[in-house]
Design a protein. Structure first.
Length: 195
């Protein structure tokens, strides 16, 4: 029997700024948001990509999306009786679907069995300082705990703040601590035209 990784997970949190949710449902990822994040100086390692390449990248990743839950607005029942958050239509029976605004993400490139590479961790600057980044990383750590035969998890981060943060929050250490028997190698290539 083949192992199946649970791809649709959900975590919720209430903060002083409102309700937030983390989803692993790939259909919830906002492609425009991902490219807007890639365009920021905060994600200096990333570059804006054509939409089709974003789709392919996400299809080959396990992505956690961080969303602010916006007030639900019931659908209008007719043009004569519009609905609003303050005066919902009396004929509305079903609860309106919640509206989500993507404000962050974290992405794993993984085989779901033995290894995982964490990348593209980002929280929009307007939503920082409330513990959302630590919460996102705690959810990432929970996912790592579910990979059945995990040999190694990897990430690249900044030397100063990033190294301390990921060591404290996820137990990562600098590969140089294993330099007697392990080398981490890289080949850096940027193809700006996406070809």
């Amino acid at each position: 029997m083949a192992y199946e990784f649970n791809v649709k997970r959900e975590w919720r949190r209430q903060t002083s700024d409102g309700e937030y949710v983390i989803l692993t449902d790939p259909t919830s990822i906002n492609l425009k948001f991902v490219n807007e994040a890639f365009a920021t100086d905060d994600m200096f390692w990333a570059k804006v990509l054509p939409e089709e390449q974003i789709r392919t990248m996400l299809a080959n990743s396990f992505t956690l999306g961080l969303y602010k839950v916006l007030p639900a607005v019931p659908a209008a029942q007719s043009s004569d009786s519009p609905s609003s958050p303050r005066t919902p239509s009396p004929t509305t029976e079903a609860q309106p679907a919640e509206q989500l605004q993507q404000v962050g993400l974290a992405r794993y490139v993984t085989d779901y069995i033995t290894w995982a590479y964490l990348t593209d961790v980002y929280v929009h600057h307007e939503h920082r300082g409330t513990g959302l980044g630590k919460w996102l990383i705690a959810c990432c750590n929970e996912i790592l705990g579910e990979i059945p035969s995990l040999r190694r998890a990897l990430l690249l981060t900044t030397v100063d703040v990033g190294r301390r943060f990921y060591s404290r929050e996820m137990g990562f250490h600098d590969v140089l601590e294993e330099r007697e028997h392990l080398a981490c190698m890289t080949r850096k290539t940027y193809r700006m035209d996406g070809k």
